[in-house]
Write a protein that binds this ligand. Structure first.
Ligand code: ADP
Length: 309
């Protein structure tokens, strides 16, 4: 097990099935796919595995069913050195995602949260007993909000650093939510940042820097706004700064945000200043986009040329 910094990731595991086909079926139609791929997914699990590969000592708190995907998930975490003792509710299947990819690149996605729905505010104690003031706690938006919020509040009460990747975006969450008091670092993409700002008076053509600054002012968090191939902008200690992406030939950008959040969290947990942590996250995410699939593309620490601390 790694002797790197301690991360507790709380969030989803999902088993995804991806069909590649000429065009999605219409009502009443059955079509044969050209290709099918099965893959481990779920933002929480992706981030936990990414952080372990980058050298952190990782505990993962999640829920899976008593089924084949649940067993596959446990084998994945064991193989990656991620400690996990998932909640396994009776009668609820592991979260699944079905992705239809049309030949023109258009995606249609259906997700069933399944076992993740069993996680509620009372399950935050599973995180509470793992966390110390030296831990970094990382959450996303694929678990019920009551659970996510309670995890953040427990972590903050224990003095841990908290990192919130608010993906996928939730219309129910905005910059007025009291949860921000429990969040140190907020890591949205541009779509998520705009949704969090909601009815604020930010101009539609505001720059990424203005968007990040506005979100930092409204929430009181340090904000790291990801910009895809443009890199990221961060706001910390009153400064707003852009870090360019590390140039890469992107083959599949699925999971880039998960890799970025994990790498940023590991670097901050190692004591890096924000600029260096964002540079490290851009480097790690640029590796992730160069491989098809999510798990296969998550880089190991030794593969990254630069060290942050
Ligand atoms: P999300 O996947 O959550 O929407 P982004 O698309 O903003 O997140 O990507 C997250 C990070 O991944 C970016 O900040 C950047 O560092 C890296 N990244 C994404 N796309 C590319 C690309 N085409 N080339 C290099 N880096 C990329």
């Amino acid at each position: 097990m790694s002797d790197g910094p301690h991360l507790v990731v709380a969030g989803s595991y999902g088993w995804s099935t991806r069909y590649v086909l000429a065009a999605a079926p219409g009502p009443g139609e059955t079509l044969l796919a050209d290709e099918v791929q099965f893959e481990h997914g779920g933002k929480g699990s992706n981030q936990a595995v990414a952080a372990a590969r980058l050298g952190a000592s990782v505990d993962f708190v999640t829920a899976v069913g008593h089924d084949h995907p649940g067993e596959a998930a446990i084998a994945l975490w064991q193989g990656e050195g991620v400690r996990a003792d998932p909640v396994r509710p009776a009668g609820l299947p592991t979260m699944t995602g079905t992705i239809l990819v049309e030949r023109d690149g258009e995606n249609r996605i259906v997700v069933a949260l399944g076992a993740m729905l069993a996680l509620g505010a009372t399950d935050a104690h599973l995180v509470g007993r793992l966390v110390t003031a030296d831990s970094t706690v990382v959450v996303q938006n694929e678990a019920p909000y009551a659970f996510t919020r309670a995890v953040l509040e427990r972590a903050a009460a224990a003095g841990a650093r908290t990192v919130y990747n608010p993906a996928p975006v939730s219309a129910a969450l905005d910059h007025r939510d009291p949860v921000w008091q429990a969040v140190d670092v907020l890591v949205p993409n541009q779509h998520e940042a705009r949704s969090l700002l909601g009815d604020s008076d930010l101009a539609p053509d505001a720059s990424a820097e203005e968007l990040a600054r506005e979100l930092a002012e409204r929430t009181g968090c340090r904000v790291v706004l990801t910009l895809g191939a443009e890199g990221a902008v961060f706001v910390a200690g009153g400064a707003v700064e852009r870090v360019p992406a590390v140039p890469a030939t992107a083959v599949d950008t699925t999971g880039a945000g998960d890799c970025f959040t994990a790498a940023l969290s590991v670097a901050l947990a190692e004591g890096a200043v924000m600029r260096d942590a964002v540079r490290f996250a851009c480097l790690a995410a640029s590796r992730a986009v160069q491989q098809p699939g999510v798990i296969d593309g998550l880089p190991r620490r030794a593969e990254l040329a630069e060290e942050v601390v």
